[in-house]
Design a protein around this ligand. Structure first.
Ligand SMILES: [Zn+2]
Length: 106
């Protein structure tokens, strides 16, 4: 997805932080989607499976959790098995040391 500098309308690559033409700071208006499927460190409740799924697909994590809890009762615990499978199968988000520059594109 391309986006444009608000000041000079130069086309910029996705993930750009500054305009290559005029140097203006580019503010991302669209939340980043299509993150790799990982279990984030920040924001997790138990193992971070639901927030990882939500962030990878651009869903609202609250809705994913509510659907999971409701689904747990309607499927007789099948969701819990899926959660454990995600806990085992989805890699944990790599920890980046503070002060690393340039920041990694996630
Ligand atoms: Zn510009």
């Amino acid at each position: 997805m391309n986006f444009y500098c608000y000041r000079c309308r130069t086309s910029l690559p996705a993930g750009a932080r500054f305009c290559s033409n005029c140097g203006a700071v580019v503010v991302a208006t669209v939340p980043p989607q299509g993150r790799p499927l990982v279990r984030p460190i920040i924001g997790r409740q138990i193992a971070g499976v639901w927030i990882g799924l939500a962030q990878a697909n651009g869903w609202d994590v609250s809705i994913v959790r509510i659907v999971a809890v409701v689904g747990f009762f309607f499927t007789g615990g099948l969701v819990a098995v899926g959660y454990l499978a995600g806990w085992i199968g989805i890699p944990e988000e790599p920890i980046t040391a503070p002060g690393v520059y340039p920041p990694p594109r996630v």
